[in-house]
Design a protein around this ligand. Structure first.
Ligand SMILES: Cc1ncc(COP(=O)(O)O)c(C=O)c1O
Length: 378
């Protein structure tokens, strides 16, 4: 009987790490401090050290981090923010949350990141910021995008929710401009037990305002003096404890992800050009390849997904439609730019299982099935 291969599982690591995890959980339970306490402060310091950020501000999830970042950076009603059309909904919904308008532009094939030329064409007198996204296994071309933002006097913000440990030119994702975010959703490269997120910035004022916004506009938690309308976006001590534990293995896990990606690359190479494996960054940007997701493209994507599912292999269709086709966004003026690359990716792309617990045997089985689907024996 062939074993199933779930799209994501952390069960084996959880079993292996159980004693260490239980000890951390007992510690938090005994402390009596369950949110925004010393463990979260320790996590913020650890992430700041790892990323090189001057400030790391823990919040409840990556979406909140985006909303708070935009508000803390001064984006609001009347402003336009240029974002890529191929990304998770939160990239654009966060812009709407702060009362600004997302302007959706096409992406580049390969990196799936904001196309700088399309972004430049979309600039108007109302453009306040550009917010590129780093998706799957690759950073956007930050040198070019930073130059674009600087030339037009725009804020550069990054949806780096997927970008832990991704660097370009030695600069961590999220720190090329005024700030970025991290999501610790369980499937992320650094995933928590539920939801958690973080804002990264080198800007003291943005950090101070973010700290205020995450706790209902108070400068001091618990003084009940609310300076502005903020959010309840606390990070739980339990999540922070779990994340500190996961951080200890992060480098090792990123290496394992890379090994699995190399294995898929090798096994799927004979299927080119019918199956496109992830594009590799040019040599000028070493270090920006962290495989959060292993995304392939093929013509019969939906049929492949159904075939793999019938054989017990989980996949995820990131993202099944460009944001310009989201019912809430389609009617907006910001959805009028043509996005053919995003449309093609939405039709063709699918993510294969890739996580530290995945065994070589499981990856080989997935690759064999992709071969079988394409009618080629491996
Ligand atoms: C590109 C991108 N932006 C934003 C988010 C939102 O993060 P969260 O799910 O932690 O709210 C995610 C993750 O889900 C993401 O992948």
């Amino acid at each position: 009987m062939n074993e199933t291969v779930p799209f994501f599982s952390g069960a084996a690591s959880a079993r292996r790490d159980r004693p260490a995890l239980e000890a951390r959980i007992r510690q938090v339970a005994a402390s009596g401090r369950f949110t925004s306490g010393p463990v979260t402060a320790e996590l913020e310091q650890a992430i700041a050290r790892r990323t090189g950020a001057r400030h790391a501000v823990a919040v409840a999830n990556g979406t909140d981090a985006l909303v708070i970042l935009l508000r803390a950076a001064g984006v609001g009603p009347g402003d336009e923010v240029i974002v890529p059309a191929y990304t998770f909904f939160a990239t654009a919904s966060s812009v709407l949350h702060v009362g600004a308008e997302p302007v959706l532009v096409d992406v580049l094939p390969g990196s799936y990141a904001m196309d700088p030329r399309r972004a430049e064409e979309a600039i108007t007198e109302r453009t306040k910021a550009i917010m590129p996204v780093h998706l799957f296994s690759q950073m956007a071309d930050m040198e070019v995008l930073k130059d674009l933002a600087d030339r037009h006097g725009l804020l550069l913000l990054e949806d780096s929710a997927e970008g832990i440990d991704m660097r370009a030119g030695g600069v961590h994702a999220g720190l090329w401009g005024s700030g970025g975010v991290l999501s610790f959703f369980p499937t992320k490269t650094l995933g928590s037990l539920g939801d958690a997120g973080m804002l990264l910035t080198d800007d003291d004022r943005i950090a101070a305002r973010a700290r205020r916004l995450r706790q209902h506009g108070q400068d001091t938690d618990g003084d009940y003096l609310h300076h502005e309308i903020g959010y309840n976006s606390r990070c739980d001590e339990l999540q922070s404890a779990f994340l500190l534990h996961r951080l200890e293995r992060l480098s090792e896990e990123i290496e394992r992800r890379a090994e699995l990606a190399a294995l898929y690359d090798r096994l799927l190479a004979p299927l080119a050009p019918a199956v496109a494996t992830p594009w590799l960054a040019p040599a000028k940007t070493p270090g920006n390849q962290v495989y959060y997701v292993y995304l392939i493209e093929c013509d019969c994507r939906d049929e492949l997904v159904a075939y793999l599912d019938a054989h017990g292999v989980g996949t995820e269709t990131y993202y099944p439609r460009p944001l310009t086709e989201q019912p809430l966004l389609a009617p907006l003026p910001g959805s009028r730019h043509p996005v053919p690359v995003a449309e093609a990716a939405a039709r063709r792309a699918v993510a294969l299982p890739l996580y530290p617990d995945l065994t070589d045997r499981q990856a080989e089985r997935v690759a064999r099935l992709v071969h079988a689907f394409h009618g080629v024996a491996s």
